[in-house]
Design a protein around this ligand. Structure first.
Ligand code: GLN
Length: 304
């Protein structure tokens, strides 16, 4: 028999009340309870999850959990927390529940209309920034900007650059503009554009993208957190995973200035096929590996 969340919560609540009459729920009680509960539900990193939810409700930094572990929660705090715990138990990603995530040292607002930035994508940003000395006042294009994480991190760390991020989702564009405003980034703009349908005007010194590269057959096997909640259009092309690289191979030679560079995130096992596409378009290529020694980014110059 599967017990409801309510049941578990009531049971535990009751237990604590029984053991220790009229005991208030403190921060540490909640952490212990939540860790057990999420573990029971098969949620990954159960303790981290309950800590993040609690911090969100109490407006705490993580350190406050330890400094104020015996602080009792009010009834309304408990009620709000219960709703969030329920969402997490249904596998909603924690970043959507608390509405934010960290990427390359900055905080980004996220919602269900955008992909949650992944830590491995920081490799792409880091790689781009290695070339700061090669360009003065570069024009940079980010294709499929999502919440704006890649473009904003590049713009923030490269003041002379002018960055433009495009995305085909109106909601994503809205959110990326909001993120750049919150972070006070001025050398950036975002526009609504579907790269499969349109061609950006002008030429660029650097073009970056983390396109939807998961092939359909693999996409359907992903964990429920991803499948049920993240926008499928940001993850898969619903085909062989290479649709966007074909389009890039077609567009990059004319969109890049001479000696311009491209940086594209790629998926596991795609390096050979993507590099073939780039070679056919007359572009050089190189790979950057991630911490697991997987080729994660393909980059290269357009030679004169
Ligand atoms: N640029 C965003 C990221 O890398 C979104 C990418 C996407 O939606 N495929 O996280």
């Amino acid at each position: 028999m599967e017990y409801s969340l309510e049941w578990h919560f009531c049971l535990y609540y009751q237990k604590v009340l029984d053991i220790n009459q009229k005991k208030n729920w403190t921060v540490i009680d909640i952490i212990n309870w939540g860790t057990d509960f999420f573990r029971l539900k098969g949620i990954e990193s159960p303790r981290l999850c309950i800590e993040l939810l609690l911090c969100h409700i109490l407006n705490f930094e993580r350190i406050d959990i330890y400094l104020q572990h015996d602080k009792p929660l009010t009834q309304s705090e408990l009620d709000s927390l219960r709703d969030l715990v329920k969402r997490k138990a249904e596998r909603e990603p924690i970043q959507y529940i608390i509405g934010k995530t960290q990427f390359y040292g900055l905080e980004f607002k996220v919602n269900k209309n955008v992909l949650i930035p992944r830590p491995e994508t920081e490799i792409l940003v880091e790689e781009v920034l290695k070339y700061k000395r090669n360009f003065s006042e570069p024009k940079i294009l980010d294709i499929g900007a999502g919440c704006g994480n890649i473009s904003i991190c590049i713009a923030k760390n490269w003041e002379e650059a002018s960055v433009i991020g495009i995305d085909k989702s109106e909601e994503a564009v809205k959110l990326s503009i909001q993120n750049s405003n919150i972070l006070k980034i001025e050398n950036i703009k975002f526009e609504l554009m579907d790269i499969m349908e349109n061609i950006p005007s002008g030429k660029y010194d650097l073009i970056v993208s983390n396109p939807p590269y998961i092939k359909k057959s693999e996409y359907v096997t992903l964990m429920p957190e991803v499948l049920k909640y993240e926008p499928s259009e940001a993850l898969t092309d619903n085909k062989d995973g290479l649709t966007f690289y074909r389009r890039f191979a077609e567009l990059l030679p004319s969109l890049l200035n001479n000696n311009g560079m491209y940086f594209l995130e790629i998926g596991y096992g795609q390096s050979e096929k993507v590099s073939e596409l780039m070679t056919k378009s007359g572009l050089k290529f190189d790979f950057i590996e991630d911490f697991n020694k997987i080729r994660r980014v393909i980059s290269g110059f357009k030679y004169t």
